[in-house]
Ligand binder design. Structure first.
Ligand SMILES: [Zn+2]
Length: 148
């Protein structure tokens, strides 16, 4: 075995049974890095004493995120880490869907009037120029009048 193969082997056996890098750990790593850099920039603003204080807080936050990321990568409690990661991925996907839907609403704002159902807060739409219409929500069956 060459030296590098030995190193690889050692690393593989060290990582065995550990969580490894996942989406949440990578996000924490980036959050940590960005907070740390921002902390450096904000901390160097010499206008008021508040900026160095915020800078230090950002540095500490960044460091905590970085440490939590490392903790998660090397954690042996794989099941718990996977559950955390799943929650994080689900949350991010929901946000992505919300952003995509908001974009579609914005693109079609001249064709459709968008509004929320007063009963279940679901997004509904009517073709513009229809006047006052009685709407029945398809999800919760609430009826209400809506101007379009
Ligand atoms: Zn509804």
């Amino acid at each position: 075995m060459t030296f590098w193969q030995k190193i690889k082997q050692a690393f593989r056996s060290f990582m065995y049974g550990r969580n490894g890098a996942d989406h949440l750990s990578m996000a924490l790593l980036w959050t940590g890095l960005i907070c740390y850099l921002l902390g450096g920039i904000v901390g160097s603003i010499a206008v008021s004493v508040i900026f160095p204080v915020i800078g230090i807080l950002l540095n500490l936050t960044g460091f905590a995120a970085y440490m939590f990321s490392l903790f998660r990568v090397f954690s042996r409690n794989v099941e718990k880490r996977r559950a955390e990661n799943r929650r994080y991925v689900t949350m991010m996907e929901k946000r992505k869907t919300k952003r995509r839907q908001a974009k579609v609403r914005f693109q079609n704002r001249k064709t459709y009037k968008y509004f929320k159902c007063p009963g279940c807060k679901a997004w509904l739409r009517l073709t513009r120029g229809k006047g006052v219409v009685t709407v029945t929500c398809s999800r919760c069956k609430t009826s209400f009048t809506q101007k379009a």
